[in-house]
Ligand binder design. Structure first.
Ligand SMILES: Cc1ncc(Cc2c([C@H](C)O)sc(CCOP(=O)(O)OP(=O)(O)O)c2C)c(N)n1
Ligand SMILES: [Mg+2]
Length: 542
């Protein structure tokens, strides 16, 4: 085999099911190998941010690694933001960048696509990936690939592989995958016993499931642990939708002052908050009604477990959860909690549409026609998604970048074969919505809801005096046909209900519903979030 075939075979063996990419002259030989080998299908998109977001969504929905292949310089540096978002939100994307060959790097010329030095790109990616390799020697390449792919899966973070174009066809030995990391069994026992003792001594223990529970595919085990411990479970905003399909005493999603009061009180009153795979971030805890005393919490994330003032290291979450299951006593009873409630029954009348109507309309649609995986962009569409019952949601809930929604929806359909629902604001659609033009090539047919409030509305809620948040009324529906899909602008709830039904019934072409929303109308969750942030940031509030 040659180095490209070895790399592609190793990617597939480690869980990759496709390559998203855009070639360039430094990557053309590798793309030729991707296409000729047929080891993984190749989906090319139009702009590298879209490549990164699509690969990120594929990794999230399949809970394993995915691949984003780009050219050197202009391509790879165009993708820095999506990879940074994948790093922040623990999504295991493998970035493969073409690069100048050995001879041209030493020719003494400044090369096209070169920014500062030929090491600059590698240095930039060191900041947003957990491991890196430059495949400049076919003899060491298999071990380098094994190391980097093992890091990607172990840490559930992006990694970076630089592949000089004169190396792609070099003969190369296959990759031998590294085994599971060795874990100190005694430390694992001590940690599990300390956690169990802390929970047993508590009067109001609560389990919070976060993003790592999904990334490491631990939902069933965490649901079993909650039942065995007999304690209620909540999810963080990034863990939204976790455990929904499992038998777990699930109370809902913790959103601080922006969420259900019963869930907020349960978390903030807890005297033993067991946080499994939760990022301790401002979006998760920045709007806490009362500051959570983390010294009373148990935080298991990033292969560490912190209790009070001490930390156990090198204990992967999956091993901690399994050891807790082995050593936890069976609870006498499991709390019976009312399932989280979600709004249904949108009135299909001539009233204008507000974000809350969209959540109702989608919940009604899914109750009638079955659930769809959902990709949401940053903006009020993401806060609206908090009121949508279905659980398979990918969204930039912590890193909060715009542009994620449409490409992520395409990544979902490529990865799962299921038709996705995409929620995106007009501002975010202006960034990456054009990737819809690639649907017809690959047979993708998402349903896209554009929250068209002619505004950067989230920003206006924080700074209403600025008129630069006003956007003009782009006719996204009118542009759909030119992109190969169908578009419809809707102004009333009756039109929205009819458009959703028509979209579900129409397959084979993307269906874009351009939803006109009066400027200033917010989802209930965003409204509470903004009020909470303003209240909590007022002088003397905490
Ligand atoms: C790539 C990128 N650029 C800028 C921002 C800042 C930003 C927001 C966050 C706070 O950083 S929310 C927002 C406006 C979003 O407008 P739209 O998509 O129309 O959604 P909505 O009207 O529902 O707000 C911007 C510009 C961002 N998050 N990501
Ligand atoms: Mg908007």
């Amino acid at each position: 085999m040659n180095l490209s075939q070895v790399l592609l075979s190793a990617l597939k063996a480690h869980g990759a099911r496709e390559v998203f990419g855009i070639p360039g002259d430094f990557a053309l030989p590798f793309f030729r190998e991707i296409e000729s080998s047929g080891i993984l299908p190749l989906y090319t998109l139009s702009h590298e941010p879209g490549v990164g977001f699509a690969a990120d969504a594929s990794a999230r929905i399949r809970s394993t690694l995915s691949v984003a292949a780009v050219t050197y310089g202009a391509g790879a540096l165009n993708m820095v933001n999506p990879v940074a978002g994948a790093y922040a939100e623990k999504s295991p994307v493998v970035v493969i960048s073409g690069a100048p060959g050995k001879g041209e790097s030493s020719a003494g010329l400044l090369l096209h696509h070169q920014a500062k030095t030929l090491d600059s790109q590698f240095a930039i990616y060191q900041e947003i990936t957990c491991d890196q390799a430059r495949l400049t020697d076919a003899r060491t390449a298999p071990a380098e690939i094994a190391r980097v792919l093992a890091s990607c899966l172990r840490e559930s973070r992006p990694v970076y592989i630089e592949l000089p174009r004169d190396m792609v066809a070099e003969p190369c030995e296959p990759v031998v995958a590294l085994g599971e990391p060795v874990v100190d069994d005694a430390a694992l026992d001590a940690c599990a016993d300390e956690i169990l003792a802390r929970l047993a001594a508590a009067e109001r223990p609560v389990l919070m499931a976060g993003v790592e529970v999904r990334r490491f595919d631990l939902e069933a085990q965490v649901a079993a642990l909650a039942r065995q411990l007999g304690i209620p479970v909540v999810t963080s905003i990034l863990g939204r939708g976790l455990l929904a399909g499992h038998d777990a005493p699930l109370a809902g999603t913790y959103l601080g002052v922006a969420g259900a009061e019963s869930v907020t009180a349960m978390v903030e009153d807890s005297d033993a908050l067991l946080m499994l795979g939760v990022l301790v971030s401002d979006t998760n805890f920045g709007v806490s009604a009362r500051q959570i005393d983390l010294r009373k919490a148990i935080v298991a994330c990033d292969s560490e477990v912190t209790l009070g003032y001490h930390t156990y290291t090198h204990l992967p979450l999956g091993r901690v959860v399994r050891r807790l299951l082995e050593r936890a006593p069976s609870a006498r009873q499991v709390p019976t909690l009312p399932p989280p409630s979600y709004p249904h029954g949108m009135v299909a009348d001539d009233a204008p549409i507000v974000p809350g109507d969209i959540a109702r309309g989608i919940n009604d649609l899914m109750a009638r026609h079955g659930v769809m995986p959902i990709a949401a962009d940053m903006g009020d569409c993401m806060f609206t998604a908090m009121d949508i019952a279905h659980q398979a949601l990918v969204a930039p809930g912590y890193y909060a970048t715009m542009g994620f929604g449409v490409p992520a929806g395409l990544g979902l359909q490529a990865a799962t074969g299921e038709r996705p629902l995409i929620l995106v604001g007009d501002g975010a659609f202006q960034m990456t919505g054009w990737e819809l033009g690639n649907c017809s090539r690959f047979g993708w047919d998402p349903i896209v809801l554009v929250f068209n409030n002619r505004s950067w509305e989230m920003l206006r809620t924080f700074q209403p005096e600025s008129s630069f948040n006003d956007l003009s009324h782009w006719d996204f529906a009118g542009m759909a046909k030119g992109l190969g899909g169908d578009g419809l602008r809707v102004e009333t709830r009756a039109e929205l209900a009819a458009a959703l039904e028509h979209a579900v019934a129409t397959r084979g072409r993307f269906q874009l519903i351009d939803v006109s929303i009066p400027r200033g109308e917010l989802s209930p969750t965003l409204k509470r979030f903004v009020e909470g942030v303003k209240r909590l940031s007022a002088p003397g509030a905490r």
